[in-house]
Design a protein around this ligand. Sequence first.
Ligand SMILES: Nc1ncnc2c1ncn2[C@@H]1O[C@H](COP(=O)(O)OP(=O)(O)OP(=O)(O)O)[C@@H](O)[C@H]1O
Length: 245
Amino acid sequence: MQAVIKADKLSKHFGHFTAVNEISFEVAPGEIFGFLGANGAGKTTAMRMLCGLSIPTSGTATVAGFDVYKQTEEIKKNIGYMSQKFSLYEDLTVLENIRFYGGIYGLSDRDLQQKSETLITRLNLQNEAKKLVGSLPLGWKQKLSFSVAVLHEPKIVFLDEPTGGVDPVTRRQFWDLIYEVADRGITVFVTTHYMDEAEYCNRVSIMVDGSIEALDTPPKLKQQFSANSMDEVFYELARGAKRSE
Ligand SMILES: Nc1ncnc2c1ncn2[C@@H]1O[C@H](COP(=O)(O)OP(=O)(O)OP(=O)(O)O)[C@@H](O)[C@H]1O
């Protein structure tokens, strides 16, 4: 099957500093691809290049078939992106945020009406629909932010540490949403610091100081590193990192 993300020796330099160093990988349609690395490993920088938000220094990459140098507008139309800083408007209500983003994505009024209802029911936000997003707990904001990022049924959704700062139950609920969109054929590219979440991914890559040091399914990685858990695999690789504090 044709890969939806292809990167070949993709690099990003900031002055003399190499934030991302010749990373190469492919992601298949519908795959949940975990992108791991310690703080400062280069995950966000790599993700921003793949989302068409930052031009690479060298190497090649295509996302949904579009070139990350020349076709950034097409890439943006075909992906969803949930950044560490939410893109939701805190001073708009839940419903207003959904309508606002649906409008940006060019959904018809009918489509938007139907999608807003489905989404609010799915997230159990019936009583919060008319409340300001700023008043919601973090876990709900995360789920809403994710749901909004896939409102236009993109080919790929990029999630940058989507579950930071919430409890394990809330994170598990978030992952139920991830599985639902993956079942619809949307490819999920997700960074996380939580190793239980790494176990939920189909494949996982681990970045150390700008380079991808391992990439495989969680069972195969555990086998490769003679480890009992992804925690151990990660520790084995990341303990040598110079950048993480
Ligand atoms: N615009 C920039 N100018 C200079 N250095 C940068 C810039 N953006 C990122 N860096 C550096 O590149 C390295 C990789 O940063 P990046 O944010 O991609 O890491 P990360 O793996 O996403 O980390 P975190 O988990 O903390 O978000 C860091 O050392 C960071 O300081």
